[in-house]
Design a protein around this ligand. Structure first.
Ligand SMILES: [Zn+2]
Length: 434
């Protein structure tokens, strides 16, 4: 009898979970087209199988109906520039010894909590943990893609000292090519280079070295993306065949020559990674969903302790980059959302969306496309980024329309990642416990 019941229960579960039809929401598909009001879409076996208007999309026999009337659905978001795995988010500690597979998975779960389906780690992943996690996606967590170990002049790459030894230090073209070959053998998703002298404090990757890196990477069908700071480097990298910029130009306003060069290289992606200009009350509320109160308090105090001069400097740096983003956007450059986050995992995506709209000249729809379709194209994740038949069932249900106010991406009602709903309440309770 028990066995019979179990069998019956199995069949009921299998039958009931065969397909789900979500009905009544305003649907923003991620491709930039006009939203579908009063939509319906079907999810079957973790895939989206039909999309249209309610009443016109047929529910498969036995499908579960989910009423989303009054809600707005967007594709799950993607973050094209992260440094996950390093920070212990419960206390903000990050040091030489804090990178771990456990942290990495924790961060990917936090991304899922905030409606993010995938992120792209940009060049500071020591060892093979990143490749193991990439190959074995954790249920309920975002997918990860990686540049593995990036490349710079010796001990002159990332901004933090603890990260510099992780990166390949290259001095000769032969070394550069050998390191690219190693990355290709590991099947890194992209090659990341740092072209920056950190305000004159470190040697900048030499043009003959980055040209060798780009040449060798392209032989392997690998793309090369660059951290840049200076306008002049941006121009020379474009002329050298670079495939993407992981920052905006940050030393000055871009000129017409740079815009022309970008237009001549229409396949180049840019992750803006607008810099921190301080967190708003709404930002603090958002991070409070996944951090213990003491940690939020610590971050708040650190922000309050900033001098007016430091704040003004941050604001000017932000405004310069926002102006450059607006110019890129007006020129039709491929903008993929990126946060550059290591310690601000998850909520930063919503902060970046808001910043791109408030200061960077993007419409809410353009910001959403940057975080969905374009970011998925940059990451070569062709089953993410849009809601259409054949795509993976990764989407976010919102209580309010982000086209009215981009801050409404924070008003999350439900997150579905690879067909399964994230248990946000349980995760939040776990992470916020003191
Ligand atoms: Zn970065």
């Amino acid at each position: 009898m028990i066995r019979r019941l179990a069998t019956l229960a199995f069949f009921v579960a299998a039958y009931a979970s065969a397909a789900t039809i979500y009905e009544g929401a305003r649907l923003i598909t991620g491709d930039g087209s006009t939203p579908i009001e009063n939509s319906a879409f079907v999810v079957d076996n973790n895939r989206i199988t039909a999309v249209g208007r309610k009443g016109q999309v047929k529910a498969p026999a036995g499908a579960t109906h989910v009423d989303l009337t009054g809600k707005t659905v967007i594709p799950a978001l993607l973050d094209g520039h992260t440094h996950l795995g390093w920070a212990i988010l419960s206390n903000g500690r990050m040091d030489k010894d804090t990178y771990s597979k456990e942290n990495l998975i924790d961060h990917l779960q936090r991304l899922a909590y905030y409606g993010v389906a995938a992120s792209f780690n940009m060049g500071i992943d020591p060892g093979d943990a990143i490749y193991q996690v990439r190959a074995n996606p954790v249920p309920g967590a975002a997918l990860i893609r990686t540049a593995g170990r990036g490349m710079a002049m010796p001990n002159a790459g990332p901004g933090r000292d603890i990260w510099r030894p992780v990166v390949y230090g290259v001095s000769t073209e032969a070394e550069a090519r050998r390191d690219v070959d190693e990355l290709a053998a590991k099947k890194a998703d992209v090659v990341k280079i740092w072209v920056d002298d950190r305000n004159g404090t470190v040697p900048k990757l030499k043009p003959e070295l980055y040209r060798a890196i780009i040449d060798e990477a392209h032989k392997h069908n690998l793309r090369v993306v660059a951290h840049i700071y200076y306008l002049s480097d941006g121009k020379d990298l474009l002329r050298s065949g670079i495939d993407g910029f992981m920052h905006l130009v940050r030393d000055r306003d871009v000129d017409d020559e740079m815009i022309q060069l970008l237009k001549q290289h229409p396949n180049v992606f840019v992750t803006p990674c607008l810099p921190d200009k301080g967190s708003s009350e709404s930002d603090f509320a958002l991070m409070s969903e996944t951090l213990p109160p003491a940690e939020v308090q610590r971050l708040r105090k650190a922000q309050d302790a900033e001098t007016p001069e430091a704040r003004k400097k941050d604001r000017d740096f932000f405004d310069l980059q926002a102006r450059n983003l607006a110019k890129y956007n007006a020129a039709g450059v491929k903008i993929a959302l990126g946060t550059d986050s290591s310690t601000t995992v998850g909520w930063d995506v919503h902060q970046e969306l808001a910043d791109m709209v408030a200061a960077g000249g993007l419409t809410p729809m353009q910001a959403i496309v940057a975080a969905t379709k374009t970011a998925a194209a940059f990451m070569k994740l062709d089953r993410l980024g849009t809601i259409a038949p054949g795509k993976s069932a990764d989407f976010v249900v919102l209580d309010a329309n982000p086209l009215d106010n981009i801050a409404n991406t924070r008003r999350i009602s439900k997150v579905v990642i690879r067909g399964a709903e994230i248990d946000r309440a349980t995760l939040s309770a776990k992470w916020t416990k003191q």
